[in-house]
Design a protein around this ligand. Structure first.
Ligand SMILES: [Cu+2]
Length: 177
């Protein structure tokens, strides 16, 4: 009785090991960590929210007339500029204290070529670019993730909240063979 029980247990353990073993398992995803940043990310709580909430007009009148845009105050930062083709796991954090941001993955021919732009909406028209997925609108301090398989090529990680792409809120990601 006891021996039989042990045998059953052994069989169960072996089955479990067999199931857990990577038999033809898909290659592990490359982890890409992305931070979405703006001026408010630099400031203390309160102050950042006040500036971003009520201070837009002031920022807009500063300097070269482009305001925050010319100052490059909205950015996308990724911990990889180059990754090998295959499955990717994007872990995206909105580090803003005051502003909703998002991250789209868009395939492009050249990282330097401007994307089509809808001036009225202040956005990249998503039906006119090759978007492979997104982590949509994240509130300040929210995080999200996106799993997508990328072929070799050039991609932009961009925020398409109105005005943000034009404010410089994008970065390039090169995917190699
Ligand atoms: Cu944004």
């Amino acid at each position: 009785m006891k021996a039989k029980y042990t045998a059953v247990l052994k069989f169960a353990l072996l089955s479990f090991v067999a199931l857990a073993a990577p038999v033809g398992a898909a290659e592990p995803a490359t982890q890409v960590n992305v931070a979405l940043l703006d001026m408010s990310s630099l400031m203390g709580p309160g102050l950042g929210a006040a500036m971003m909430g009520g201070g837009w007009g002031v920022w807009g009148m500063m300097g070269n007339g482009q305001g925050m845009m010319g100052m490059g105050a909205m950015t996308v930062r990724a911990d990889h500029a180059m990754v090998k083709a295959g499955p990717m796991h994007f872990s995206v954090s909105n580090w803003s204290r005051a502003v909703v941001h998002e991250m789209l993955v868009v395939a492009v021919n050249s990282p330097d070529a401007p994307l089509p732009y809808d001036y009225n909406a202040g956005k990249v028209p998503e039906d006119r670019v090759k978007s492979l997925g997104e982590v949509a609108e994240m509130k300040p301090n929210e995080s999200g993730s996106l799993d997508v398989t990328l072929a070799p090529g050039t991609y932009l990680l961009l925020c398409n909240v109105p005005g943000h792409y034009a404010a410089g809120m994008w970065t390039a990601l090169t995917v190699t063979q």
